[in-house]
Write a protein that binds this ligand. Structure first.
Ligand SMILES: NC(=O)c1ccc[n+]([C@@H]2O[C@H](COP(=O)([O-])OP(=O)(O)OC[C@H]3O[C@@H](n4cnc5c(N)ncnc54)[C@H](O)[C@@H]3O)[C@@H](O)[C@H]2O)c1
Length: 396
């Protein structure tokens, strides 16, 4: 069995896994406020070789042994087929390299596999890259989503025993001040090319429900962390730079606030929503763990020092405050009460415990980090950080 897969299985936060599809509806019937129950048999997963999709598939293929999964992924810089190598030996999982915006390909796959479910993770997902190259985001996130919707509409032709689950972000709601929370009915106010393209996709998904009756659900999640995240994102970036003793860049003063959600919790919420949410509904998914970026960076540096038996505070001196991201949203925070009330779901991970395990996973999987940091990573890092690190606004 694949080494990475073994490591993942050892990770206590991921061992909790997903809820098997059929076991608990009876027991939970009294507590769920919905009457829907969708049991996926043949699932098109898009973007399953990325961070959240890999985590989802590693759990779901095990939790749903009767279900077939086809993973359609273009393998951009962010996709790693090797994450799922352990699944390729089994008959429940098939990998297809391709573009979600390729109408002919998606149509052919639909005809071949008779999907009853689309679980749509694929996206260009990094805000900083969207500032450097916005059109790639519009193409994949808007046109790609439109292509999948149109294929589903044609293939399903009015069926109701099917689902199109669109995975989205809380960033579509814009930026909060120090108070307040996003709710499912908060008006959209995206402010970066990434969040605007995701908002466009959300609107299209909802429009296909209103116009054609397509049975869709949307979940908008907060910032995820955990195994398999592409190394240019904040958490793996801080870990790898701390291990190497390299500068740890922090935008602005590090006072931007995010709500952190363990990817394993996100995957269990997705499964709950996919199976039990009413068609046409939206759910926010958060970790209930609001922290400023500086708090997260300091906590990670402490955890890396502890893991490497370094004296306390060793890595704090690596922090370098650098020129902020343009239009950097100040705060995202969300009200997860609809998901708790309707579907009896709340996150199970404590942030410090989850981050400690995440640090341990990246330390144990240095080879994955090295292999994943491809040329695209080097080019991106140079463009995004070289000038900033050479001209810090402040050091600690
Ligand atoms: N990471 C987060 O914190 C977070 C939070 C909330 C929502 N989301 C959403 O969750 C989804 C997954 O995010 P992630 O962090 O795993 O992203 P990721 O960047 O790690 O993975 C994206 C995957 O999509 C694939 N892909 C990109 N363009 C494609 C195309 N045109 N056709 C087919 N495949 C393509 C990539 O190869 C990659 O495997 C995204 O829709 C994102 O908007 C992410």
């Amino acid at each position: 069995m694949d080494f990475l897969y073994l490591e993942l299985q050892r990770c206590p936060t991921l061992q909790r896994g997903l809820i098997p599809a059929r076991d608990s509806r009876q027991g939970r019937r009294k507590r769920l406020a919905t009457t829907a129950h969708h049991y996926p048999r043949s699932v098109l997963v898009t973007g399953g070789a990325g961070f959240i999709g890999s985590n989802y598939l590693l759990q779901a293929v095990k939790a749903h042994p009767e279900t077939r999964f086809v993973n359609l992924d273009a393998l951009t810089y962010a996709g790693q087929r090797e994450n799922l190598a352990a699944l390729e030996a089994g008959s429940a999982y098939t990998f297809v390299q391709g573009d979600i915006a390729d109408l002919d390909l998606v149509t052919a796959l639909s005809e071949e596999h008779a999907f009853d479910t689309v679980l749509h993770f694929a996206a260009e997902s990094h805000v900083d890259r969207s500032i450097l190259d916005p059109l790639a985001f519009v193409r994949t996130n808007v046109m790609g989503t439109a292509t999948l919707l149109e294929c589903a509409r044609r293939a399903w032709n009015g069926r109701t025993d099917v689902r199109f689950h669109h995975i989205s972000t809380d960033e579509v709601f814009g930026s909060l001040g120090p108070e307040g929370l996003f709710r499912e009915d908060t008006a959209y106010d995206p402010r970066s090319p990434y969040s605007a393209s995701k908002a466009g996709a959300d609107h299209l998904v909802r429009a296909y429900h209103e116009t054609y009756g397509l049975p869709i659900v949307i979940s908008n999640a907060s910032n995820n962390y955990g195994p398999f995240q592409y190394p240019e994102k904040l958490i793996p970036l801080v870990i790898q730079n701390a291990v190497a003793g390299a500068p740890v860049p922090v935008y602005g003063k590090g006072d931007n606030v995010r709500d952190w959600l363990h990817v394993g919790d996100h995957c269990s919420a997705i499964d709950r929503i996919l199976q039990y949410a009413e068609p046409g509904s939206t759910y926010l998914v958060g970790g209930g763990e609001e922290r400023s970026n500086l708090e997260i960076v300091r906590l990670l540096l402490k955890l890396v020092d502890q893991a490497l038996d370094r004296p306390e505070g060793t890595s704090l001196k690596l922090i370098q405050f650098v020129t902020d991201r343009p239009g950097h949203d100040f705060r995202y925070a969300l009200d997860g009460s609809k998901l708790a009330t309707d579907l009896d779901w709340t996150p199970s991970r404590n942030l410090e415990e989850g981050l400690r395990e995440t640090v341990a996973w990246y330390l144990a999987n240095g080879t994955w980090m090295e292999q994943t940091r491809n040329r695209s990573y080097d080019e991106y890092y140079e463009t995004q950080y070289r000038d900033r690190i050479d001209n810090p606004t402040e050091t600690t």
